[in-house]
Ligand binder design. Structure first.
Ligand SMILES: [Zn+2]
Length: 262
């Protein structure tokens, strides 16, 4: 019943809203990792972007003006994560807030010892449980240049949002019944321990060493690599790559290979 109402609403939105072709091509052209998708998949991605933009307000803060192109670039990268999943994974929030640069969060938290922590310093992005995704636009823009920057902020923050759908951000997203949590956790723990040891030993890792911060950051950073540089993740952590493939229901490394490009 609710499913059919939802589908009916979605059809109405898709009929009433569209992204102009030139704007769509411009946004896709700035995100080279999208080249692996077939026309059918790209069509579904475009529908997902229309629905995402209908459901979310992408608003500027501290004087930042969000352009139509910026809206599509952000929505595209959020939607690529759920292309084979469900947009419902983003149902727990309505706003994406975009700053003109790094921002200092104004929250406080109390640790187990009762010590209250405030502003830990400027951030490029933040995903809050049940709350908005916050992004620094220059850091979003830098993500388009994976070769030089090795980061994708939008994928990172939306991976955190997905992770949070099964409780705290802990590196274990809401797994389907076909994926045993024990296998996910064991695989990720082995890869995480190995990565932390490499970072601790001073190795200059190709994967962003920030992934060693916590299992939650490991999931978010590896999700960036999974989409933006999938062969790197498959080469370095093949067992984790297999889990990511099963979770996101995509195999971007195989696509990159079949297209004969890195
Ligand atoms: Zn993070």
């Amino acid at each position: 019943m609710f499913d059919s109402i939802r589908k009916w609403r979605q059809q109405r939105v898709l009929k009433g809203a569209a992204i102009p072709d030139a704007l769509w091509s411009d946004a896709c052209g700035r995100l080279p990792f999208l080249a692996i998708y077939t026309p059918e998949e790209t069509g579904r991605l475009r529908d997902a972007v229309v629905l995402f933009l209908d459901a979310k307000a992408i608003v500027g803060a501290r004087g930042h003006e969000v352009t139509p192109l910026q809206r599509v670039i952000i929505a595209l990268q959020a939607c690529v994560l759920v292309l084979e999943l469900d947009l419902e994974l983003y149902d727990d929030f309505e706003n994406v807030i975009v700053y003109p640069g790094e921002f200092v969060p104004n929250w406080q938290w109390e640790d187990e010892a009762g010590v209250v922590h405030t502003n830990d310093g400027p951030l490029a992005g933040e995903a809050m449980p049940g709350g908005p995704v916050v992004l620094s636009w220059p850091d979003v823009a830098a993500g388009a240049d994976w070769e030089n920057m090795g980061m994708n902020l939008v994928i990172h923050e939306f991976a955190h949002k997905i992770d949070m759908r099964s409780g705290d951000a802990n590196g274990c997203p809401p797994l389907p019944p076909s994926m045993p949590a024990s296998i996910w956790k064991a695989t990720i723990a082995a890869a995480y321990d190995d990565f932390c040891a490499r970072v601790d030993s001073g190795e200059d890792t190709e994967i962003d060493p920030y992934a060693a911060e916590s299992p939650a950051e490991f999931f978010a950073v590896l999700s960036e690599v999974f989409f933006a540089d999938p062969l790197l993740l498959r080469d370095e952590y093949p067992a984790a790559y297999t889990q990511w493939t099963a979770f996101y229901r995509q195999d971007p490394a195989a696509r990159v290979e079949s297209l004969g490009r890195k």
